[in-house]
Design a protein around this ligand. Structure first.
Ligand code: NAG
Ligand code: NAG
Ligand code: NAG
Ligand code: NAG
Ligand code: NAG
Ligand code: NAG
Length: 306
């Protein structure tokens, strides 16, 4: 009795120590089998993996998935989409001669890649058409699509399954945003699948923003007022800078005249030669004076006594 109490826990300890992870497999996009044998932690062994389809000989994994250098999964390519109907046998080796073997039925474990290139076109005035593409091999009638759409801010609405790659939503409201996503699965007539693909990237239809006229007017009026105010201030400043208070020149001239007793020659210090030179050619126009309104006529300037 005492001995069994001691031995039983030891036995269970021994069995957990040699417990090996089970292999889980799924077919991705009808192109390859994706198998994994370690969920989170690192495996206790660096397992090697052999597999075979139907009655073909076992072959070692062509492409391991690794974490920190340890094998944790394997990708096995399929020769054709119909391979999923056969049995898939796997052996996980933890020793040269020791392995854990399993047989998988993967017919309904198919996960397709999500559709892509969603495009939206407004056809007519209120009918919205959604188109998408996918790259799953095999017959297109074996692929079903499901569309979900959201009329902001409502919840998602699910469409019925379709075997085409387009979907139309009639009577679309022009002021609301719509968002669409599509996912794929295998048609019931082709063996179906337990899995849907992930949802595609969303595609949105945004209504064209009509700019409110009232707001436009307010913005325009405000801008105009500000511009006018700036212009006004600027002109005032220019006026002050360009036209400072100028002292009247007439007083200074009168002072000069009185100081030199009206003798302009003596205060202007004009030399005698220069004076004569001017007197000889005094009939020619010496200078062109322009005055606003007076259309630039040549004017004779005479120096000295007339
Ligand atoms: C595992 O695969 C290798 C390489 O293809 C092969 O030599 C070996 O016989 C396989 N083992 C089993 C048990 O089938
Ligand atoms: C585990 O085995 C793979 C080959 O199957 C090898 O590339 C890898 O280095 C091994 N990792 C360790 C930690 O030994
Ligand atoms: C594996 O099995 C073969 C044949 O039975 C044997 O010769 C070999 O020693 C074994 N290897 C190990 C590591 O047990
Ligand atoms: C998406 O569709 C457009 C138009 O049909 C096409 O030109 C483009 O190549 C497509 N993109 C991809 C990634 O297939
Ligand atoms: C709307 O699109 C469908 C297919 O995309 C086309 O058959 C139909 O003629 C279009 N209608 C209008 C009014 O453009
Ligand atoms: C839609 O397709 C999925 C996958 O083939 C299937 O499980 C489901 O029953 C279908 N739903 C309808 C309403 O046909």
């Amino acid at each position: 009795m005492f001995l069994t109490c001691l031995v039983l826990p030891l036995l269970s300890l021994a069995t957990t120590a040699t417990e090996h992870p089970s292999v889980k497999c799924i077919i991705i996009n009808l192109e390859y089998v994706h198998c994994t044998w370690t969920a989170q932690s690192l495996p206790a062994y660096n397992y090697t993996f052999n597999s075979s389809l139907q009655d073909e000989p076992h072959t070692e994994c062509p492409r391991y998935l690794q974490r920190h250098g340890y094998n944790i999964g394997c990708l096995v390519p399929l020769q054709s989409p119909e391979d999923r109907f056969g049995e898939f046998s796997t052996s996980l080796f933890y020793d040269v001669n020791s392995s854990v073997s399993l047989t998988h039925k993967l017919r309904m474990s198919v996960k397709l890649n999500p559709p892509y290139n969603l495009t939206l076109t407004l056809n007519g005035s209120s009918e919205l058409w959604l188109h998408w593409e996918y790259n799953a091999p095999g017959r297109s009638r074996c692929i079903v699509s499901q569309v979900r759409y959201k009329k902001m801010p409502s919840e998602w609405q699910l469409s019925p399954n379709v075997t085409v790659t387009s979907f139309s939503l009639p009577e679309v409201s022009g002021d609301v945003e719509y968002t669409f996503q599509v996912r794929l699965s295998v048609h019931d007539l082709c063996g179906s699948s337990l899995f849907w693909s992930d949802w595609s990237e969303p595609a949105s239809f945004k209504p064209k923003k009509r700019f409110p006229l009232g707001l436009l007017f307010v913005i325009f009026a405000t801008t105009l007022l500000i511009a006018l105010a700036i212009l006004l201030c600027y002109c005032e400043r220019i006026k002050v800078i360009l036209l400072p208070a100028v002292p009247s020149p007439s007083k200074n001239l009168q002072d000069l005249f009185s100081r030199y007793d009206s003798n302009t020659e003596s205060w202007a210090h004009i030399s005698r030669d220069l004076k004569e030179a001017f007197e000889t050619g005094n009939a020619e126009p010496r200078c062109v004076l322009c005055k606003a309104g007076d259309c630039c006529k040549p004017v004779s300037v005479q120096l000295g006594p007339p």
